[in-house]
Design a protein around this ligand. Structure first.
Ligand SMILES: Nc1ncnc2c1ncn2[C@@H]1O[C@H](COP(=O)(O)OP(=O)(O)OP(=O)(O)O)[C@@H](O)[C@H]1O
Ligand SMILES: [Mg+2]
Length: 252
């Protein structure tokens, strides 16, 4: 277990350019610190770099400049294999577009998560079934996800992200396809996980979803400035190139 006062994620002047053409600077200057046990919401307009940032934090993509420390370890020099292992063991990701295998059952989709963490099949199946129960889909474990509704698929994706009991959970619009009742179920689940010690970063356009977080950040044109609750640490001062993000909640 991580020290509750330590930083789990530290992005220090992180940028991500896509060469194009045309070249796009999706993330321009991110300095974000998530303390272990925090629950943070990130909002921003469409195209402002949110999913790009999530991919970086999830170790699925690398910054083109800047530094990313995960639990104090510099991820920049980690070989791909190590990044995959760290991701499998520590990080759960709920993708904006789910990324489920359509012609596999909900149970198989969730159980796949543990593969990357090296968990035995039997245990993976048990954990997958428990997680599907937790998101209210126990009855649909054997259904092909191709036959499920958008909201059900979203909940399968959430169950998959949780199946390995990650210490860091990244959710990209986790309630984007849910009605208000299902949204409440997911938000209660996130709150419960956070009480259990999981560090959560949730990306959302929904004010009500953002309001459930302990801290709200905004990203504007790839710039996000999110250190700890106003306690700006001198060690990373001077990294922001002018545009300090306004308060969250004004995203479209
Ligand atoms: N692989 C890529 N190659 C080129 N450009 C990309 C790539 N991925 C993202 N971009 C660009 O980077 C910018 C940020 O994209 P990103 O998906 O991070 O936005 P977002 O904030 O998640 O938006 P949304 O709210 O619509 O999901 C966009 O202009 C997008 O077109
Ligand atoms: Mg996105």
């Amino acid at each position: 277990m991580s020290n509750p006062r330590s930083a789990i994620v530290e992005l220090d002047g992180v940028a991500r350019r896509f060469p194009g053409p045309p070249e796009v600077v999706a993330v321009r200057n991110a300095r974000v610190r998530l303390q272990a046990g925090e629950y943070v919401a990130l909002t921003g307009p469409s195209g402002s770099g949110k999913s790009t940032l999530v991919n970086i934090v999830a170790l699925l993509d690398r910054p083109t400049s800047g530094r990313y420390l995960l639990n104090g370890a510099d991820t920049m020099g980690m070989p791909e294999r190590q990044r995959a292992l760290v991701r499998g063991r520590q990080i759960g990701v709920v993708f904006q577009s789910f990324h489920l295998m359509a012609w596999r059952t909900a149970l198989e989709n969730v159980a796949v998560a543990g593969m990357y963490a090296g968990t035995r099949r039997q245990l993976r199946m048990r954990m997958a079934a428990a997680m599907l129960d937790r998101v209210g889909l126990g009855q649909r474990a054997g259904s092909l996800t191709a036959t499920m509704s958008g909201g059900e698929r979203q909940r399968v994706a959430i169950a998959r992200a949780l199946a390995t009991q990650p210490s860091l959970l990244l959710c990209d619009e986790p309630t984007g396809n849910l009605d208000s009742a299902a949204t409440e179920v997911v938000l209660d689940l996130l709150a419960q996980l956070n009480r259990e010690g999981v560090t959560i970063l949730v990306i959302t356009h929904d004010r009500q979803v953002a309001a459930r977080a302990g801290r709200q950040l905004a990203i504007v044109d790839g710039v996000v400035d999110g250190l700890v609750d106003g306690a700006v640490d001198g060690a990373v001062d001077g990294l922001v190139d002018g545009a300090v993000a306004p308060a969250a909640g004004d995203a479209g």
